[in-house]
Ligand binder design. Structure first.
Ligand code: IVH
Length: 689
């Protein structure tokens, strides 16, 4: 075939590539920086496809700043050292108005024209500092702060962050300095942090400890593909240095200019003039702290005039022209007074540290989870130890580290108890499991029974509104209920007689119980609380057997024929249904009218049969587990990777290699909004809509 004669001339291709890259960069900026996308993801993907195809035909025309090159780099062995052209300083800090007033006075005392003093106030983002060097508008280097003089070259990792422009273009960049360095803070938004960890929990991967730690760890990956899978973003807050004609005169101007050039800047930055203005800002931002969606540890107040900044200079790594006003710490040191062992639904024993109460990040904390005995060994924790604890956002307080120098002589080792604290049965620990368990069944162990009932009532299971933990515990303790089936036999007067209940709230609960009787087979299986059967497995089982009796009678080979069910899980399921008391509860529930109309009569379960779907990126409307369950209920297979066999990819923000692979293979891609619309068109309602 005389293919070359059909190809457009090179100049033309070059132009086409440039146009495509410019359009893609424009949409990336709208999406990641301005949070105001103009096109659906699928449209973006189609353009991206076009770019990939054209670049594949003309590999010599691929440029490093092409949007296709964000995740291209190979894993490296180590990070190169980078000497900062201008040191990256740290900040002096204060916590009271008096200290801030003193600082302002000191500044005034040192300035030729103290009256002209004004400030910018900015949130102090709790992330990882980064310096980005741009040459002729193209990202040339990204470096960590390191010790302030020397950092590490993390360019390949930073290139994967959608909010970091690889090239600055557009009319607003006509005054761009030929070389300059932008500084900012890379972080993980709190919602993304939770979504990421939920995903880890499902896939059995190690979760991130907290958003800050997660950001730091993600940037330290030698393989940029791992960094690309983490939900990182950044706020840019200053100009390190700039070579060229344009020179700013104030910090306020810098932030606005950075934004206009296409960098993501914090919308709360404010220019102010007096101490009272600064304090008002400190208070306002503190009020908003819990709702910002990212962790901050204070605000930074900077002398606005860059000339005055120069005049003030720096002492020992800290500039005189900036001050961090710190909020109550989210990390604090306290003493571990004891360790208690909590019993979970499946008998798992979780150690919880009882702490000397300590005020952290605005609340008093007296417990912290220790996860399991291995974590205690990892921390080398003993009773009596002083520990650093951390509470970030709405994350459960964690023990970060032990302060060994403060260890008292009598610090006692933490031993796993031999008997279950709830029922007194033996605790067993199977060799290769991190978790220790109560050896008794939930028939014997009240703690397991309570936890099992909480699970049964929970949102992703039977979703019984108004049946809180305390209420359930009360009902178990006073013998009103023993099994889940007993819930459906509750009578109004009984419930109304409980603590903190009245006629109306009792009626509400009975109504909620009534509503919960109509569910899906997948939810029902999940609600049973079979060990190792999470939502995804429950959905697979429901999709496979379509009928509870078939599942209950299945033998090991039949169970292992289900997606994601191996011998261990199959054995758990078979064991569960082999126990007469379990099947009795199931029958009693059915006797009370619990049924699953959706799976029984919709006929939707065959709609997608034979299809393979892949979910990637962050799903923001429908949790990924739910999306997976719904697809499986409709008969689709949900796979973890994209191949030629994939029918459809659903890609949320942050989709990385799977999306590129789909594009490469020409697999259909839709975004979450399109997915929700598709479900709605097929009669599936989502929780939020
Ligand atoms: S200004 C000399 N502005 O705080 C100026 N820093 O404790 C130092 N940080 O290493 C940087 N948000 O990682 C500045 N709006 C902000 C900031 C900020 C967070 C971090 C930055 C720096 C550390 C200093």
């Amino acid at each position: 075939m005389a293919k070359s004669s059909e190809q457009p001339p090179r100049d033309n291709v070059q132009q086409q590539l440039e146009n495509l890259r410019e359009t893609l960069n424009y949409h990336l900026h709208r999406y990641h920086v301005l949070d105001a996308p103009e096109v659906a993801d699928a449209q973006y993907d189609a353009l991206f496809d076009e770019l990939l195809a054209l670049e594949a035909e003309h590999p010599d025309l691929v440029t490093l700043d092409s949007p296709s090159q964000r995740v291209g780099a190979q894993p490296s062995d180590q990070f190169e050292k980078v000497v900062h052209e201008l040191a990256m300083l740290s900040l002096d800090k204060c916590t009271t108005e008096e200290e801030l007033a003193d600082w302002i006075e000191r500044c005034q005392g040192r300035l030729d024209d103290p009256d002209a003093l004004s400030f910018t106030c900015e949130p102090k983002i709790d992330g990882v500092a980064v310096a980005l060097v741009y040459e002729q508008g193209v990202l040339a280097l990204a470096a960590t702060r390191g010790d302030g003089q020397t950092g590490e070259n993390i360019t390949a990792n930073v290139r994967t962050i959608g909010a970091v422009p690889l090239r600055l273009t557009g009319p607003a960049t006509s005054n761009l300095p030929s070389r300059f360095e932008v500084r900012g803070e890379i972080y993980i938004p709190i919602a993304d942090f939770h979504a990421f960890n939920e995903q880890c929990a499902r896939s059995g991967d190690k979760p991130l400890i907290n958003p800050r730690n997660g950001a730091a760890g993600s940037l330290r990956q030698l393989d940029p593909k791992i960094t690309a899978s983490r939900p990182l973003t950044l706020f840019c807050y200053s100009l390190g240095w700039a070579e060229g004609e344009w020179q700013p005169s104030t910090q306020w101007q810098v932030v606005n200019q950075l934004r206009d050039w296409g960098f993501r800047t914090n919308p709360l930055v404010r220019q102010v003039h007096t101490l009272a203005d600064c304090m008002a800002y400190v208070d306002e931002v503190q009020q908003q702290r819990a709702d910002l969606g990212y962790d901050i540890d204070g605000v930074v107040i900077k002398v606005d005039s860059l000339a005055q900044q120069d005049e003030l200079g720096a002492v020992t790594r800290k500039p005189r022209w900036a001050m961090a006003f710190k909020y109550p710490a989210e990390e604090a040191v306290t003493v571990v007074e004891g360790v208690e062992f909590q019993v979970g639904r499946t008998g798992s024993i979780t150690p919880v540290a009882r702490l000397q109460p300590v005020f952290v990040g605005g609340v008093t904390v007296s417990n912290a989870t220790l996860h399991n005995m291995d974590e205690i060994s990892r921390l080398d924790l003993r009773i009596g130890d002083s520990v650093m604890i951390r509470r970030a956002g709405d994350v459960i307080p964690q023990v970060v580290s032990v302060i060994e120098s403060k260890r008292p002589k009598k610090a006692a080792a933490i031993k796993l108890p031999r008997q279950c604290p709830s029922c007194g049965s033996d605790i067993v620990r199977i060799d290769d499991e991190a978790v220790a368990r109560c050896s008794a069944s939930h028939n014997v162990c009240p703690a397991q029974r309570k936890e099992g009932l909480k699970h049964f009532a929970s949102r992703l299971a039977m979703d019984i509104d108004g049946l809180g933990d305390k209420l359930l515990e009360q009902m178990v303790d006073n013998g009103m209920i023993r099994t889940a089936a007993d819930l459906y036999a509750l009578e109004l007067e009984q419930v109304a007689g409980l603590e903190r209940m009245a006629q109306k709230s009792a009626q509400n609960l009975l109504d909620a119980l009534q509503r919960s009787k109509s569910t899906t087979l997948a939810r029902f299986i999940y609600a049973l609380g079979i060990r190792e059967v999470g939502e995804a497995t429950a959905a697979n089982l429901a999709a496979h057997f379509k009928d509870l009796d078939a599942l209950m009678q299945a033998d090991m080979p039949q169970l292992e024929a289900v997606d994601d069910v191996g011998p261990v899980v199959a054995a758990r399921i078979a064991d569960f249904f082999a126990q007469a008391d379990n099947t009795a509860v199931v029958q009693a529930l059915r006797g009370h009218g619990v049924h699953w109309p959706l799976a029984e009569r919709s006929g939707r379960e065959t709609l997608l049969s034979g299809q393979t779907w892949v979910l990637t990126g962050t799903l923001e409307i429908m949790p990924r587990n739910q999306a997976k369950a719904v697809l499986q209920e409709m008969g689709a297979k949900v796979a973890g990777s994209v191949s030629k066999k994939t029918t459809q990819v659903v890609a949320g923000p942050g989709a990385g290699s799977k999306l590129s692979k789909a594009t490469e293979l020409g697999v259909a891609v839709m975004d979450e909004a399109e997915f929700i619309a598709f479900l709605a068109a097929n009669g599936v309602q989502t929780d939020d809509g």
